[in-house]
Design a protein around this ligand. Structure first.
Ligand code: 6PG
Length: 476
């Protein structure tokens, strides 16, 4: 028997992905360092399809048809390198190693380069959708060579999620690390979405005075409109949940958010590329601030307003405003994320189709949303769109939302409810549309203390003012 695809690393993601392939009619070789896991999979789910259990690396490789397709589902980082080291010597030119973990795209570029020298295709692949997605259809973001996609694409298309129009949520994102880069930004946007939802929740609680159960209903309503998305849907689920003692679940969970690193990478790389992803950055910082327990404890006595809930008659109108603020801020964080993808694509020569990225995020992944179909439409209409905000439809929606957006921030500021995501998004919007920015003053200061020179609005060239002398201007 020769299997069409192999999966090594049978923790929950790997196991579910292997089952997904098998349920779609592919024969799947399965392998795990601890053999009991391999046996357990076949025992429990063997009836779902054609599995070939391999106990050793050699058997695993031998079980695969050529060119071999070997999916690695281990923890990102050193474990991935260890698996490559183990399997690469057993492979032949033309074979493919597909890394489905949350790898850093720079690692993927290195691994791709090294394996290419041996004729092996390394396909760094972003996979989103958690356990359920892996089993029932994830959004898949493969990088690597065009050739590898030719062999792998049809299988990935089969097991992927499908968008509402039936399109598979997978595309060849671009060469080498492009897939993992796009997955990284997906996660950055995921952080921003979650932060914005968190701010909306806090405002509805503290300013509007609603209970978690009432807020769950509000999110349910929002989920039938333009905010329709997986994250809004599960927010309603989490907010309406009560623990065994009858308390709102959200009130008994320690308010310190953790992170595994992909959101942080999104911001680190954006800094390197010079792309302002302020909304995503605020989301990452908000998580780290929440975790500084001692610092927060020491700061509890600091002066500031204590939120006083609105009169019941005003609460519903305020909730509508929060919806506007959330939607406008969401447009901004996607604008920033897509800017980062465009910049990464430019820097590394990936030629990423932004409309395709929006398209494959429409289903399966954590940020899946009706909204993404509209982003796809925007980029499909104009692939050279300078930014999502330049799209007429989004610009019009923000124009309509902005009064409420500003009002919500006024209320938040006055009542002392932290809303870094909403605020960063609005600041970005106002900065982009500003006629003049204080950057001119920054340039003056730099020229004053360091003779760093400046350009003028009325003449070509670089100039320096003799600040310490007669303050005349000289060409630099
Ligand atoms: C996905 C998720 C997945 C994972 C995140 C969680 O797309 O399926 O993004 O990759 O759940 O990495 O990230 P944090 O642990 O950093 O919140």
């Amino acid at each position: 028997t020769s299997a069409q695809i192999g999966v090594t690393g049978l923790a929950v993601m790997g196991r579910n992905l292997a089952r997904n392939f098998a349920r779609n009619g592919y024969s799947v070789a399965v392998h795990n360092r601890t053999v009991s896991r391999t046996r357990a999979l076949v025992e429990e789910f063997g009836h779902e399809g054609a599995f070939v259990a391999a106990e050793t690396a050699k058997d695993f490789v031998a079980a695969l048809e050529r060119p071999r397709r070997l999916v690695v589902m281990v923890k990102a980082g050193e474990p991935t390198d260890a698996v490559i080291e183990e399997f690469a010597p057993l492979l032949e030119p033309g074979d493919m190693i597909i890394d489905g973990g949350n790898a850093h795209f720079a690692d993927t570029r290195r691994r791709e380069r090294e394996l290419r020298e041996h004729g092996i295709h390394f396909v760094g692949t972003g996979i989103s959708g958690g356990e359920e997605g892996a089993l029932h259809g994830p959004s898949i973001m493969p990088g690597g060579s065009v050739e590898s996609y030719g062999s792998l694409g049809p299988m990935l298309e089969k097991i992927s999620a499908k968008a509402a129009d039936g399109a598979p949520c997978v595309t060849h994102v671009g060469p080498d690390g492009a897939g993992h880069f796009v997955k990284m930004v997906h996660n950055g946007i995921e952080y921003a979405d979650m932060q914005l939802i968190g701010e909306a929740y806090q405002l509805l609680r503290d300013v509007a005075g609603y209970s978690p159960a009432q807020i769950a209903d509000i999110f349910r309503t929002w989920n039938t409109g333009r905010l329709d998305s997986y994250l809004i849907e599960i927010t309603a689920e989490v907010l309406s949940h009560v623990d065994a003692g009858g308390k709102p679940f959200v009130d008994v969970v320690v308010d310190q958010a953790e992170q595994k690193g992909t959101g942080r990478w999104t911001v680190q790389i954006a800094l390197d590329l010079g792309v302002p992803v302020s909304g995503i950055a605020e989301a990452v910082f908000a998580r780290s601030l929440s975790g500084h327990a001692a610092l927060r404890e020491a700061s509890r006595g600091l002066a500031g307003p204590k939120p006083t809930p609105l009169a019941e008659s005003e609460a519903a109108a305020f909730a509508d405003r929060v919806e506007q603020a959330l939607y406008a801020s969401k447009i901004v964080s996607y604008t920033q994320g897509f800017h980062e993808i465009a910049a990464g694509s430019e820097e590394y020569g990936w030629d990423i189709d932004l409309g395709e990225v929006a398209s494959i995020w429409r289903g399966g992944c954590i940020i899946r949303a009706a909204f993404l179909d509209r982003i796809r439409t925007a980029y499909d209409a104009r692939s050279d769109l300078p930014s999502l905000l330049s799209d007429e439809t989004f610009a019009r929606e923000i124009a309509a939302a902005q009064d409420d957006w500003r009002e919500v921030l006024v209320a938040a500021t006055r009542q002392g409810v932290p809303t870094p995501g909403f605020a960063a998004a609005l600041a970005y919007y106002d900065a982009l549309r500003a006629e003049r920015l204080p950057a001119a003053l920054t340039q003056g200061q730099r020229d004053f203390f360091g003779a760093h020179t400046y350009r003028r609005v009325d003449r070509e060239g670089a100039f320096h003012t003799l600040w310490g002398g007669d303050r005349s201007e000289v060409p630099a």
